[in-house]
Every structure is written in C-alpha cells, then in structure tokens.
Design a protein around this ligand. Structure first.
Ligand SMILES: Cc1cc2nc3c(=O)[nH]c(=O)nc-3n(C[C@H](O)[C@H](O)[C@H](O)COP(=O)(O)O)c2cc1C
Length: 164
C-alpha cells in the first residue's frame, strides 16, 4: 500500500511529527508539505497533519480535507499549544473530523507544540488570552522525544488497521 504523509506547518512542530510518522512507515511512502499535494489518487492511505490555529483547522487544510475522495483511508494528526482536552484544541479536532467525514478515518493523534514568540506576543496582548498564554508556556518543550515516539507508534497502529 502506497502511503502519503502530508502536513501543514508554519513553525516546524507539525513537520517534526510528520517526519516521525514517516520514519515508522513501511515503503512505498512519500512525505510532502500539503501545499505540494495536488491529488491523493493512487495512495492507499494518507496521513494529514496540521497545527491548531484560533481553535480551528487552518484554512488551507480545511480546503484539503473537504476535497478528499469519499472512502479514502486517512489518519489525522495535529499539534497545539494548549493543554490537551481543552476546547482550544478539541474544537479543531472536531472540525477536522467533520470536514474529513466522507473519508475512512482510521485514527487521530495529537500532541502539544511550542508556540512561536511572535504568536505569544500577539495573543498575550488581549486579556481574554491570559490563560491561553499560561498554557502555551508549558508547551515550550514540545514536541519532545516521547511525543515523537508516540507518533511512531501511532503510525504503526494505523498501518496495522489499514491492512486489515
Ligand atoms: C496564529 C496562531 C494561532 C494559534 N491558535 C491556537 C489555538 O487556538 N489553540 C492551541 O492550542 N494552539 C494554538 N496555536 C499554537 C499552535 O497550534 C502550536 O504552536 C503548533 O504546534 C504550531 O505548529 P507548527 O509549528 O507546525 O506551525 C496557535 C498558533 C498560532 C501561530
């Protein structure tokens, strides 16, 4: 089964996770930024990764997920600055599941990713983001070794499901 790992990443966190997933996969496989993928035709399985932006799926990824062929085997992965389980990351995952709803989603993986200084500066300016900023501080060491090991295990798990 030919597998594609594609990702959208502004500051490199999601790319790191994509690379870990890619490493764990058997051949034939390809790793490509989402902006370079024109079609997923010919891939038995597609891993799609993105960062959470403002509780949501970034626009480019939204478009990509919406246009996947029905029944396509997929696995989603995301990185986020907030504490796992809060609405700050959960809403984006829920949105992605809806957007890719016509595909056969075999699983999802999420881990924290450090927030760029630039984003921290902008977000820190508004009072409603105070707690968000506090959460983002403890994301500063992620994705770490364990996150990447989990990502590799996730990849192997998805492969075992996809070949059933
Ligand atoms: C503009 C912007 C908005 C963000 N909004 C959120 C958010 O709503 N919730 C969250 O958990 N993280 C948020 N983050 C943090 C990113 O999701 C996190 O740092 C991610 O790992 C970045 O991935 P990348 O390096 O692949 O771009 C935001 C980051 C940016 C730059």
């Amino acid at each position: 089964m030919r597998t594609l790992v594609t990702y959208y990443s502004l500051t490199g966190n999601t790319r790191m996770v994509a690379e870990a997933i890619f490493e764990a996969l058997p051949k034939p496989k390809e790793l490509k930024p989402l902006t370079e993928v024109e079609s997923v035709e010919g891939y038995g399985l597609v891993f799609i990764g993105f960062p959470v932006h403002s509780h949501s799926v970034p626009y480019r990824v939204e478009h990509f997920l919406k246009n996947l062929p029905p029944g396509q085997k997929t696995a989603l992965f995301l990185t986020h600055g907030s504490i796992p389980g809060t609405r700050l990351s959960r809403e984006a995952l829920e949105q992605a599941l809806i957007l890719a709803g016509k595909t056969r989603i075999l699983g999802t993986f999420a881990c924290r990713g450090k927030v760029s200084n630039q984003a921290m500066e902008v977000l820190g300016k508004s009072p409603e983001h105070e707690l968000w900023t506090e959460m983002a501080v403890t994301a500063s060491t992620h994705p770490d070794k364990n996150d990447l090991e989990d990502a590799r295990t996730f990849a192997r798990w998805i492969i075992s499901l996809a070949s059933q």
